[in-house]
Design a protein around this ligand. Structure first.
Ligand code: BG6
Length: 484
C-alpha cells in the first residue's frame, strides 16, 4: 500500500480548553502523530488557551506528559516529542471576560489557515465565537471546531446555531462527531459507492434488517454529572448511532463533497418514523461482584437515566420501507464492540429442499476492534452426504488484508483535525442535520420523561436488559452476539 501523506498549509490551531481531558487524551496526541507522519508544515503552530495560568513551557511539559500517557510506546520518540512541543504556545484566556484576548489577537497570525477548536462545555461556545469576532482575531476563512454535545434538545441546538451564525458562516463551522472520522465508517461509503456488488441489493427488497451496535465496557464513573443530564440517547444515539444509520441508509450522493453527502444524510433523518414506546428498551447497569452500579456513579440516588438503549427504527422512504434498523448501545456491557450488521433476505426459493437449511447472507462492518468487514456466504458443506449448506465468512480484517500500514490508520480525531485544516467539511455535521436529529430525538425522550419510565436494571458484563433481546425475538430475529 502506498502511503500518501499530503502536507497541509501552514496553520495556527487554537485549542480552547487546551488543558482539558479531551485535549490531553485525543487532540494533542493526535496532532503529535500527524507531526510524526510529516503532515505538519514547519510553520504550523498549536496554541493552547484556557483559564489556567500557564507559561508556554508549562503547557509544553503538560503536553509532553500527555503524549507519554496516551501515545503507545512504540510510536514515541523523545527527539520528535521535543520538536513537536516546541511548536506549542499557551495563552491564558477568560472565555467570559476580557482577559487574554488581546494577547491571543497578537499571537494568532492572520495570513495562515486559522482553526479554533472549542474543546469546552457548550455554554461557552457563544462567548468564544463572539469574542473571536469582536477582538478581530478570526479572519474571514477561520474555522471553528465545535465539540459535542451540540445542544441537549432542538431548542438549545437552534440557539447554539444562531449564536455561532451571528459571527461565522456555516461554511466555517465544523461540528465534530468523531464517529465520522473512524476509518471503517468512511469505508462504509467506499464499500457502498465504489463497488457495484452491493448497491443494487441495498434496499428493502433484499435486506431483511440492519443492526447497529455500539457496545462499551466502560462505566460512567467520573462523568456522572454529565451523563445524568444526557443518558445513552443524547450521548450516543442522537449523534454517533444516527450518523452510522445515515451512512448506511442514505442515497448515493452525486459527489463525495460536503453538501452532497450532508443533503443525503439529512433526508434520511427526516424520513425516520416516530418511535413507539414498545420499540424502545432502556436499561441501567446495576451493581455486580466488586463493581458499582450506575446509581453509585450518578449524582442522583433516584436517577432514571439510561446507560443502555435499544430501539427499532423504521425509515419511511422507498428504499427502506419494511426493513427495520435495530440500534443498540450501552455502557458496562460484555465487550467493547461496534459494528453494523446487514442481514440480507433468504433466497426466494430453496432448490435444495428444507433439509439443506435456510441461509441468509450477512455483511458485518466492524468499526472496532479489529476494523474490517466480513461477508457470510452460503456454500455446500464439503464431503459426501448430499447437499448440505453451510455459511462461511469472507473475512477482510484490514490489518491482514492491507498490511502494517492499515494498523497505523489515523485515529478519528487526527483525521478530522486535518480535514479542518484542509477546509473539508464532508465528515462534519451541518447545522440543519443536527437540528433534524434533535427533532426526531426530542419526542422520544419527552415520552419516557412524561411517563416517568424507569430503565430496567441489567447486570454489568451482560448484553443489556432481557427486553432488548425480546425486541428482536418478537420479530423472529436475534441480535448478533456481543463478543470479545
Ligand atoms: C463519546 C461519548 O462521544 O463517545 C462517550 O460521550 C463514549 O460516552 C465515546 O464512551 C465512545 O467513543 P469510542 O470512540 O471510544 O467508541
Amino acid at each position: 500500500m502506498v502511503s500518501r501523506i499530503i502536507p497541509v498549509e501552514p496553520f495556527d490551531l487554537v485549542i480552547f480548553g487546551g488543558t482539558g481531558d479531551l485535549a490531553r487524551r485525543k487532540i494533542l496526541p493526535g496532532l503529535y502523530r500527524r507531526f510524526c507522519a510529516g503532515q505538519m508544515p514547519d510553520d504550523a503552530r498549536v496554541i493552547g488557551a484556557a483559564r489556567g495560568d500557564l507559561s508556554d513551557d508549562d503547557f509544553r511539559d503538560m503536553v509532553g506528559a500527555a503524549i507519554e500517557e496516551f501515545v503507545p510506546k512504540d510510536r514515541r520518540d523523545a527527539k520528535t516529542i521535543k520538536e513537536f512541543i516546541s511548536r506549542l504556545h499557551f495563552v491564558t484566556v477568560d472565555a467570559k471576560g476580557t482577559d487574554g484576548w488581546d494577547a491571543l489577537a497578537k499571537l494568532v497570525r492572520k495570513d495562515v489557515v486559522q482553526a479554533f477548536y472549542f474543546s469546552v462545555g457548550p455554554s461557552l461556545f457563544g462567548d468564544l465565537a463572539t469574542r473571536l469576532h469582536k477582538h478581530k482575531i478570526a479572519n474571514a476563512e477561520a474555522r471553528l471546531v465545535v465539540e459535542k454535545p451540540f445542544g441537549r434538545d432542538l431548542e438549545t441546538a437552534k440557539a447554539l446555531n444562531a449564536v455561532l451564525a451571528s459571527s461565522f458562516d456555516e461554511g466555517q463551522i465544523y461540528r465534530i462527531d468523531h464517529y465520522l472520522g473512524k476509518e471503517t465508517v468512511q469505508n462504509l461509503m467506499a464499500v457502498r459507492f465504489a463497488n457495484v456488488l452491493f448497491e443494487p441489493l441495498w434496499n428493502a427488497q433484499y435486506i431483511d434488517h440492519v443492526q447497529i451496535t455500539v457496545a462499551e465496557t466502560v462505566s460512567v464513573d467520573g462523568r456522572g454529572a454529565y451523563y445524568d443530564k444526557s443518558g445513552a440517547m443524547r450521548d450516543m444515539v442522537q449523534n454517533h448511532l444516527m450518523q452510522l444509520l445515515c451512512l448506511t441508509a442514505m442515497e448515493p450522493p452525486s459527489r463525495f463533497d460536503p453538501d452532497a453527502v450532508r443533503d443525503e444524510k439529512l433526508k434520511v433523518i427526516r424520513a425516520l418514523d416516530a418511535v413507539p414506546v414498545e420499540n424502545i428498551v432502556r436499561g441501567q447497569y446495576g451493581p455486580g461482584d466488586d463493581v458499582e452500579g450506575y446509581v453509585e456513579h450518578s449524582e442522583n440516588p433516584d436517577t432514571k437515566t439510561e446507560s443502555f438503549i435499544a430501539m427499532k427504527v423504521d425509515i419511511s422512504n422507498w428504499r427502506w420501507k419494511g426493513t427495520p434498523f435495530y440500534l443498540r448501545t450501552g455502557k458496562r456491557l460484555k465487550a467493547r464492540m461496534s459494528e453494523i450488521v446487514i442481514t440480507f433476505k433468504e433466497t426466494p426459493h430453496s432448490i435444495f429442499g428444507e433439509d439443506a437449511g435456510s441461509h441468509a447472507n450477512v455483511l458485518t462492518i466492524r468499526l472496532q476492534p479489529d476494523e474490517g468487514m466480513d461477508l457470510r456466504v452460503t456454500i455446500k458443506e464439503p464431503g459426501p452426504g448430499g447437499m448440505r449448506l453451510v455459511d462461511v465468512p469472507l473475512d477482510m480484517t484490514f490489518a491482514d488484508a492491507l498490511g502494517p500500514e492499515a494498523e497505523d490508520v489515523p485515529d478519528a480525531y487526527e483525521r478530522l483535525i486535518m480535514d479542518v485544516i484542509r477546509g473539508n467539511q464532508t465528515l462534519f455535521m451541518r447545522g440543519d442535520e443536527v437540528e433534524a436529529a434533535w427533532a426526531w430525538t426530542d419526542p422520544i425522550i419527552a415520552g419516557w420523561t412524561e411517563r416517568g419510565d424507569r430503565p430496567q436494571s441489567y447486570e454489568p458484563g451482560s448484553f443489556g436488559p432481557e427486553d432488548a433481546l425480546m425486541l428482536l425475538h418478537r420479530d423472529g430475529r436475534r441480535w448478533r452476539e456481543i463478543r470479545k
